[in-house]
Design a protein around this ligand. Structure first.
Ligand code: ATP
Ligand code: MG
Length: 459
């Protein structure tokens, strides 16, 4: 963060100085994990259910922290506020006001935000100092936290924006207004919150509504609900995708046996051959969005073509392909799951499993609301249609996956139900072959043990 005194922080947040005349300067980072606070840092204390962060005040100050921001006096120099999240939001806005040269990139979508943020971060880093944090810091806490990592040296700030309801992205853009906004897709994620994809589109479109006239909106030309957001922005629009109408286009897309896509990148008269480093055809769309941001930020087209082949995913459990010494291939895509990201992963499994035995270990997909049963059945049907050899559904809520697969009469694969992750591991342990390609996917932690077991049992 840029240097600010405790008095300035109190002023910005409307808080009260305690145990300090306000002259102490925060020169280090802002952290809410007491173990991460370094010398000159500001510790944001939350009172959790089990642990009250304020109790760590003396410890972090002894370790060199400049002070504590919390909702009560922690007995050390600090600022007491009514609400830490609101205080962080104000602080983030104030920091950005002091960094007028910074280019802020915001991105949203139902699937692929973190993946694409990783791509954008790596591309922009080639142009100048960039803040793009690994992981999924896209809510009221992670978002301002990311903003606060920027300082005078930073040229690009890349912000993931989650939309958990109408007005949520508007709140985030109120904290940090991007000049480049990316909307990836409006899939069937978090349908429970919105009721429909149209509702999701309304919420995600708030990003492009916030862009200034001098800004750029990067929209997915292949997703009609995203493409139509062009009418909701005053910014210049770059449509990216595979259709001819896209301004930045991927043509002649192919996927090889390693699951990686190649395509011809086209922008007006320019074109170049790209081979992506990450598996999954869906990476084409993600890479195009990142490419549009890089071009907007000033990257030369030929440099971009090379760079696109070199970027990877730094945030874990997303299309992470592990080639085991015994021949087994693990596709760990277990970070999270919804019907569209599961469909994308199943297509990658099919491409990578050509001539081999394919297994899909699929867990429960959370947050589908009234689409819960149909969403699971739909991915089961797709797995069967793609000819997956073994389908393992993990936990009761995931059972409709097997029902969906059973509807596909021509399917010759086997369907197994595992009551929990340990049971799924047992199924794999008893029958694992050198030619196995195993996809592991589910919402959050619900299949992580299975993926970790496959990693550990490598030798
Ligand atoms: P979250 O809402 O959990 O933050 P996210 O939008 O940040 O998710 P990622 O973490 O990048 O998305 O990816 C989540 C899952 O979606 C992964 O399994 C990933 O492989 C898959 N995925 C990534 N990009 C796409 C895409 N364009 N279309 C469909 N699925 C995708
Ligand atoms: Mg994310």
């Amino acid at each position: 963060m840029i240097s600010l005194s405790l008095a300035e922080i109190a002023g910005i947040t409307g808080g009260t100085l305690v145990n300090s005349d306000g002259s102490a300067i925060v020169t280090g980072g802002v952290e809410y994990d007491s173990r991460k606070v370094g010398p000159g840092g500001l510790f944001v204390a939350f009172a959790g259910e089990k642990v009250d962060g304020h109790e760590f005040g003396p410890q972090v100050v002894a370790a060199g922290a400049a002070g504590v921001l919390g909702t009560r006096d922690a007995g050390v120099p600090g600022v007491v506020v009514a609400d830490q999240l609101a205080a962080l939001a104000k602080l983030a806005t104030a920091v950005l006001e002091r960094l007028p040269e910074l280019t802020v990139v915001g991105l949203t979508g139902s699937s692929g935000k973190t993946t694409t943020k990783d791509y954008i971060g790596q591309l922009l880093s080639r142009l100048g100092p960039t803040v793009a944090l690994p992981g999924s810091l896209n809510n009221e806490l992670g978002f301002p936290y990311t903003v606060l990592q920027a300082d005078e040296k930073t040229r690009f700030l890349v912000l993931e924006m989650g939309a958990r309801g109408i007005g949520h992205i508007r709140y985030l853009t109120g904290i940090a207004r991007p000049s480049i906004g990316v909307v990836l897709n409006v899939g069937a994620a978090h349908l429970g919150e919105f009721g429909s994809v149209e509702g999701t589109a309304r919420a995600k479109g708030e990003l492009v509504e916030a862009l200034p006239e001098s800004g750029v909106a990067v929209l997915n030309a292949d997703d009609p609900l995203v493409s139509a957001m062009a009418s909701r922005t005053v910014a210049r629009v770059i449509q990216v995708g595979e259709r001819d109408s896209a301004g930045l286009r991927a043509a002649e897309v192919t996927v090889d046996a390693t699951g990686r896509a190649s395509y011809v990148l086209k922008s007006g008269p320019e074109s170049g051959n790209v081979r992506l480093g990450v598996a999954g055809r869906h990476q084409v769309a993600n890479s195009l969005a990142a490419a549009a941001v890089a071009l907007t930020a000033g990257m030369a087209f030929d440099d971009l073509v090379v760079a696109l082949g070199e970027v990877g995913i730094v945030s874990g459990r997303r299309m992470d392909v592990v080639q085991r010494p015994d021949g087994v291939t693990l596709i760990d895509d277990s970070y999270n799951a919804n019907p569209s990201s599961t469909a994308a992963a199943l297509h990658a499994l099919a491409a990578m499993g050509e001539g081999k035995r394919t297994t899909a270990v699929l867990g429960y997909m959370a947050e589908l609301g009234e689409h819960e049963v149909s969403g699971h059945a739909e991915v089961g049907r797709l797995a069967a249609e793609l000819g997956v050899d073994r389908l393992i559904a993990v936990a009761d809520n995931a059972r409709p996956i097997l029902d969906g697969a059973a509807e596909v009469g021509a399917w010759r694969g086997t369907a197994r139900f595992a009551a929990d992750q340990a049971a799924a591991i047992e199924i794999l342990r008893n029958d694992l072959r050198a030619d196995d390609v195993v996809l592991v996917k589910g919402s959050r932690y619900r299949t992580w043990d299975v993926a970790d077991w496959l990693r550990r049992s490598e030798e």
